[in-house]
Design a protein around this ligand. Sequence first.
Ligand code: DQA
Length: 149
Amino acid sequence: MQKIIWVINGPNLNKLGERQPELYGTQPLATIEQNCRHLCAEHNIGLEFHQTNHEGLLVDWVQTASEKAAALIINAAAYTHTSIALHDALKLVKVPIIEVHLSNIYQRETFRKESLISPCVNAVIAGFGGKGYTMAIRSLIEQIVNDKV
Ligand code: DQA
């Protein structure tokens, strides 16, 4: 059966391109999705790519991913810094998880320096803009193709 990587995006990431481009870049989320899709297709890996502004839906998707995904990438956006519900959901996931942020959250406001989800993930990629997603995909493909999952 084809392995699938899930990419889950949180609030306001649907506004990428127009939202603070000096921080988040000019690429719309659809372009980031396309780049991820091409990369996965080259390796015969499936991709589920989602965005929502709603915390509960993020939790639902994390739970679904824990059953269906070979690996998970999450940019929880502002919920990164607030959501115990997401922390708890991610704790249930057995497959590799990479937390991605477009910006370097450690270089920004104090309230962004803490991630409530980092303790539940295998790695964090922050500060590479949209490229961070494909970096995460490459790394996860290497892991799942080598059949560590
Ligand atoms: C973000 C960083 C968060 O602090 C912020 O709330 C976002 C985007 C990033 O990708 O850099 O919405 O997750």
